[in-house]
Ligand binder design. Structure first.
Ligand SMILES: C[S@@+](CC[C@H](N)C(=O)[O-])C[C@H]1O[C@@H](n2cnc3c(N)ncnc32)[C@H](O)[C@@H]1O
Length: 243
């Protein structure tokens, strides 16, 4: 089975939206880790008067993490799946949060324009058909020295961590998701993680895209060596779009 992309992926998330919050609630550390990654953006003063983009916001778990850490920021949360966004919109949000239905590849068409002081992307890039194109768009949306935090299942490169990931997916995630009718999406999850960059490879991808101060930061629990925050800053030398 090929990986899911674009409209097929959005449709799979539309279907999975009804059980998404319950599945992630059963994943120990899911929300705490998102909050930790949001803090790792390192924005001062609760993000006062800043604009922050949550790319691939889903049902709003990452948006809630950002809203908790950055009460002073204007948070624009974007997702390609209407079903996931509907779940997000049903929740109660402070006035500084708004949602937009758009794929990361077509933000301007949906009226999402920079500059942003920070972009947060949780579980997004390995889903994109062309992650470098999305990264280039994110780079151009950021202010000079704007921050990026990418939170995802990005493996360490060790065979042990890859085996733990495969065991968790095979024994827990896939049986639950298959029973809910979402087997295709969660098989995509397993394979997209195994086939995408390791954390260090993703860091190198960011440097090639014009980011500096790139750091790979670990997360604890069963996710050790499996989930990382990769933080970076738009390099000042790239202002004007030199790539
Ligand atoms: C695993 S969910 C994560 C949601 C949320 N960030 C969280 O932390 O729970 C990934 C989300 O990314 C969205 N997504 C995947 N590819 C996308 C793209 N190219 N553009 C916009 N959203 C995308 C999906 O629709 C889905 O809602």
């Amino acid at each position: 089975m090929p990986l899911l992309r674009d409209a097929d992926l959005a449709a799979a998330f539309d279907h999975a939206a009804r059980s998404y919050d319950a599945l992630v609630a059963a994943n120990p550390g899911y929300h705490a880790h998102l909050r930790r990654s949001a803090r790792r953006l390192g924005l001062p003063d609760g993000g006062r008067d800043m604009r922050v983009l949550d790319l691939g916001c889903g049902t709003g778990a990452s948006t809630a993490a950002l809203a908790a850490q950055l009460p002073g920021a204007r948070i624009i949360a974007v997702d390609a799946s209407a079903g996931m966004l509907q779940r997000a919109a049903r929740k109660s949000w402070p006035d500084n949060v708004s949602f937009v239905h758009a794929p990361a590849e077509r933000l301007a068409e949906a009226g999402v324009e920079g500059p942003f002081d920070a972009v947060f992307a949780a579980y997004l890039f390995r889903n994109a058909a062309d992650p470098d194109a999305v990264l280039a768009a994110v780079h151009d949306l950021l202010t000079p020295h704007g921050r990026l935090a990418v939170h995802d299942y990005t493996l360490s490169g060790s065979a042990v961590h890859r085996a733990v990931w495969t065991a968790v997916c095979g024994a827990i995630v896939l049986p639950a998701a298959t029973a809910l009718g979402d087997g295709k999406l969660y098989r995509h999850l397993w394979r997209s993680v195994v086939e995408f960059d390791t954390a260090d490879e993703f860091a190198a991808r960011l440097r090639s895209a014009g980011f500096d101060r790139v750091r790979v930061l670990p997360l604890p629990g069963w996710q050790t060596g499996i989930t990382h925050t990769v933080v970076a800053r738009r390099s000042i030398g790239d202002v004007g779009g030199a790539r």
